[in-house]
Design a protein around this ligand. Structure first.
Ligand code: LMR
Length: 399
């Protein structure tokens, strides 16, 4: 008898699978606009200098590899909560908010999903249409009812009216997942007035927001990107925020993130955190130490912190410049208007509006890899190759 005979094969991950396909492509002109990692002018995903310096300090000073606690590295958690909520946040002063370290932003989402599943049974979660595909599966795997609210219309533009209308009819008490900035996969972010309107609906329907904050510093700046998160934290008594250090610290493979919980009272925060520690113990026991120690070392040191902020700002500006550059490179082909949204979007990703067939042709004929939905990782571009990419796009658009 075979125990495994009935096990079917599931399709590979649509985003990580692209990395492997790209690696095995022998086309010397290939271009990877798939998975969301930043690349520099040399096409490398650099380790920030601040990270290297912090790692060196850790090598010299680390005295043990014993476990860190269930909520992770306390110094990391305290700095990250301040980075997200603001150093002057009254919630932190009143001990009504705290971070639990998780293996990356994905771990934070999984912890949030299991927390909702265990502690708030029966609540559905509502995701933007479209959203990061892993949002769909994480919450479904945790047993939550998953629904969608419209976000981008058929014209590939943000549709705030449809979003607000849908949120206004959600079951009272349900959970809504929002992207703080640099919406993945579209790159379309809400304006401040839109956020205020969403907040009013959330209050009226008594919804619980989970804000996914994976790209702090990649949109309009470190503080600017936190605007909506801080508005919600100041106006709502309860809130979950998932934060990632993968992109802004370049710590992708170190799996460094946190789930930040805001509550109405300090006592309630302790109750919630006891549940999180219980759930995390069953998921990963204690989180990995290295990435969090690096972040804590950087944020705890004035010089390293400044160096990191400058490096992050340079990455942000480079991506913003590439967006403008691509639209300009498309101009000679009469496509600047059609793709003007690429310059208006924020963060790493652009929902280009290219069809799955056009994406496939870009890959087969020009070695350009992007996600089938038409999502391109602009942070994977390089200014020397904008013209070649524009030409390839023009060719697939004209036939
Ligand atoms: C992406 O969407 O490409 C990134 O968030 C990386 C990932 O884990 O999918």
């Amino acid at each position: 008898m075979s125990h495994f005979a009935q096990i079917a094969r599931v399709p590979g991950d649509p985003i990580l699978g692209l990395m492997e396909a790209y690696r095995s492509d022998r086309n010397p002109a290939k271009l990877d606009l798939g998975v969301g990692v930043y690349k520099d002018a040399q096409g490398l995903t650099p380790i920030p200098r601040a990270v290297k310096l912090a790692e060196q300090r850790l090598v010299d000073s680390e005295t043990t590899k014993s476990y860190i606690g269930g909520h992770g590295d306390a110094l990391f958690c305290s700095h990250l909560a301040r980075l997200v909520l603001g150093a002057a946040s009254p919630l932190l002063a009143e001990q009504r908010a705290a971070a639990s370290q998780t293996p990356g932003g994905t771990g934070a989402l999984r912890l949030a999903a299991d927390f909702i599943g265990h502690c708030l049974p029966g609540r559905g979660i509502w995701l933007s249409d479209p959203t990061w595909p892993i949002h769909e599966t994480i919450f479904a795997e945790a047993g939550l009812r998953v629904g969608h609210y419209p976000y981008v219309g058929a014209d590939n533009r943000l549709n705030v009216e449809a979003m607000i209308a849908a949120l206004s009819h959600l079951p009272q008490g349900d959970v809504v997942l929002l992207h703080a900035c640099c919406h993945n996969p579209t790159g379309f972010d809400l304006a401040q007035d839109d956020w205020r309107r969403v907040l009013e609906v959330i209050k009226a329907r008594e919804l619980l927001p989970v804000i996914d904050f994976a790209y702090q510093g990649f949109g309009d700046g470190l503080e600017q990107d936190a605007w909506a998160v801080r508005l919600f934290a100041s106006e709502l008594s309860e809130l979950l925020i998932t934060s990632s250090c993968s992109k802004n610290f370049g710590l992708y493979r170190e799996r460094t993130g946190a789930l930040i919980v805001c509550t109405s009272e300090a006592e309630k925060l302790l109750d919630v955190r006891s549940q999180l520690a219980f759930i995390a113990r069953n998921l990963w026991s204690t989180p990995p130490a290295h990435g969090a120690a690096v972040v804590a070392t950087i944020l705890d040191d004035g010089e390293l912190r400044k160096l990191w902020r400058d490096e992050l700002e340079a990455m942000r500006q480079r991506v913003a410049g590439l967006r403008l550059g691509l639209v300009e490179a498309l101009r000679p082909y009469g496509l600047a208007e059609r793709f003007a949204h690429i310059a208006e979007q924020r963060g790493m990703f652009s929902y280009t509006g290219l069809s799955p067939q056009q994406v496939q042709r870009l890959r087969d004929q020009y070695g350009v890899y992007m996600v089938g939905s038409g999502r391109a990782n602009v942070a994977g571009l390089d200014s020397e190759r904008l013209d070649a990419l524009a030409q390839a796009i023009a060719r697939v658009c004209s036939s």
